[in-house]
Write a protein that binds this ligand. Sequence first.
Ligand code: NAD
Length: 454
Amino acid sequence: MDIIDPATGERLERLTPDDEQGIRDKAQRARAALPSWRATPLAERTAVVGRFRSSVQAHLDALAQTLTREMGKPLTQSRGELTALLSRIDFFLEHTPEVLEARLVHEAPGLRELVTREPLGVVACVSAWNYPYFVGGNVYLPALLTGNVVLYKPSEFATLSGLRVAELWREAGLPEGVFQAAVGGGDVGRLLLDQSIDGAFFTGSFVTGRRIAAQLAPRLVPLQLELGGKDPAYVTEDAPVERSAQALVEGAFYNAGQSCCAVERIYVRRELFDDFVEHFVAETRKLRLGDPLDEATTLGPLARRDAQIEVLEAQIRDATQQGARILTGGRRAERPGFFFEPTVLVDVDHSMDVMRDESFGPVIGIQAVDDDDEALALMADTPYGLTAAVYTPDPDRARALLSALPVGSAYHNCCDRVSPRLPWSGRGHSGLGCTLSIDGIRAMTVPKAWHLRS
Ligand code: NAD
């Protein structure tokens, strides 16, 4: 399996993927490691995770470089991901005890009713490449803290980062078999999920998520899916134009638009439209496309090579054929690697793929709307339901609009944001279940009901 540097198109490394026997062995080692890890006192599990945190902190720069080299995220953004991973670890360390604490829910003469939470068991984590330290960590950190063992399949576009994580767990003193990484693409992911597992946590596309749900359904393996989005933002007639445009450029183009919660379409009140678009384009032109290892770069290459560029080109072709105008960008950058110019389209509507299908790249359509009802109808016109943003000075109006939308996260005057304290979840084609927050820790466990008569 070749690991390609998306900034140059050159091979960084060649790895041997796991074969069927290798995956079976890993699954057996995981099963064998479960009883003692599960029985390990929480204080000891916490100490291991604390040492893992120290290693992440100590190796932060090297880990950031590894990620940038294999998936092309600008180095400053890779560092940002790792710094924020530290806060997520802190959240999980602080809040796991309260999740695992036995809860007395009823007491009467001769009767006590208690709830305890037990780990799922052997947990498979099949992960995406766009924020590999985040999306992997959202699963394996609370999973390990609550006493599960983990089979981790990093994306084939973030394997080196995944293997470094496995090394850090070993260095932190995690016993053999408790955390194992598998190397390979979709076929290896499928094999992993065919093993004896007690829970599966997937981050990736809707198409793969649906396939995995069908694979696991006959065995009734508990499953969580964090899938894609087509996240909208709405700018009202009284929103501060410059500030909203700046924030939305960041939301659309951070990580080259390869965020599950990237802003993928914008609706702006007609009164404000020209002014907003002018600011938006000016801000977009400030992005610095270039070598992601260069500290000044704000827009790196696309991770998934030509395949993703073809999706963007097809969406732009479809839109322009139907009357959309390109105000900036619109094509592949003329340099080696897999770079695409940040692209702004106007005169767009919902007959165009770019306003309906996930782009997952630096392309955005901006559409004018006449009132809140039209904005709401367009924002809701998607099978996805990850996030939605409203830019308005009026909190009541924002709340009313966001309450009406079937999305997992609602943003007022912000976008493309994730907090460890809040549940991360999607509705519809954006997924099942949730990670992060107390709910995300609880998701790694199952309840046991105790009926205690004296
Ligand atoms: P993908 O679906 O192509 O791959 C995800 C993972 O699944 C990879 O590790 C891949 O090897 C594996 N895989 C592929 N086919 C498989 C199969 N049949 N069985 C088991 N595993 C299989 O997605 P991607 O390109 O890595 O990620 C991009 C997608 O992920 C986007 O749609 C994005 O929106 C979504 N995403 C969602 C979130 C979220 O929190 N909701 C976060 C990050 C990314």
